[in-house]
Ligand binder design. Structure first.
Ligand SMILES: [Zn+2]
Length: 242
């Protein structure tokens, strides 16, 4: 068994994902359970999802604004008001030192106990979770947690110019991590997760079977965890970092 923090020990959580909608497909149910307990949750989205969408009638220049608004609306469905964007180009996120600094900056601003991100590893059973941007953002976030955010001598300009002291995150939750060890029961908040996904109109409006598809995924997760029949679960790999 892993030693994940009890939610009662957690005051703030930072979620770092590549695209608008990533957090909602993987984790919105868990986030609803966290905000319901009074935990403050901040989203940091690295791109504006400007390579996504299905409607060719929408001018591409309007996509970033549309997708930011959709992510903000989706966040509200699960109790999150603080949504930040880095504006990197969708599909071309690179593992640079600057990306690590930009994530470390927000870690030092938010001072989260728990960070949630995507997996830096490729999934060889299903290809869709392993979008290159997801892998790069997952890896850069883990690097930003350790060592960058906690080492006052890393990215010295953050302290010198912005007054941001070092901060030690206590654990990282990886959505779609290679060795799942944490299942969160989201049955009672499923409707809010579905509402969050439907808020991404440009991504999900054309998906007729969204409800059933989600229930299928979440049911399989719950079964793998040994939860009672009819329950729904999201799945993570928790990595202690303290
Ligand atoms: Zn994505």
């Amino acid at each position: 068994m892993i030693s994940a923090l009890d939610d009662s020990e957690v005051r703030r959580i930072l979620v770092v994902m590549a695209h608008p909608d990533d957090v909602d497909f993987s984790s919105a149910g868990s986030i609803a359970t966290w905000t319901d307990q009074g935990i403050e949750v901040t989203y940091l989205i690295v791109t504006d999802g400007d390579a996504g969408g299905f409607d060719t009638a929408v001018p591409r220049s309007e996509i970033p604004g549309i997708r930011r608004a959709e992510q903000r609306a989706a966040a509200k469905c699960v109790g999150v008001d603080d949504v930040r964007f880095l504006g990197h180009p969708d599909g071309r996120v690179e593992a640079t030192f600057d990306l690590r600094r930009d994530i470390a900056r927000v870690i030092r601003q938010v001072r989260p106990d728990r960070v949630l991100t995507s997996s830096p590893e490729r999934n060889y059973e299903r290809i869709a979770p392993s979008h290159p941007d997801h892998r790069v953002v997952g890896g850069a976030t883990l690097d930003a947690v350790y060592p960058d955010a906690r080492n006052a001598f890393a990215h010295p300009e953050l302290l010198r110019d912005e007054g941001l002291d070092a901060w030690t995150v206590r654990e990282v939750w990886i959505a779609g991590g290679p060795a799942p060890n944490k299942h969160v029961d989201v049955t009672d908040v499923f409707d809010r997760k579905l509402a969050a996904l439907r808020a991404h109109v440009s991504q999900t409006a054309h998906m007729d079977g969204l409800d059933q598809m989600l229930r299928g995924f979440l049911t399989r997760n719950a079964e793998a965890a040994g939860f009672a029949e009819g329950r729904l679960a999201e799945v993570f790999q928790v990595v202690p970092t303290a």
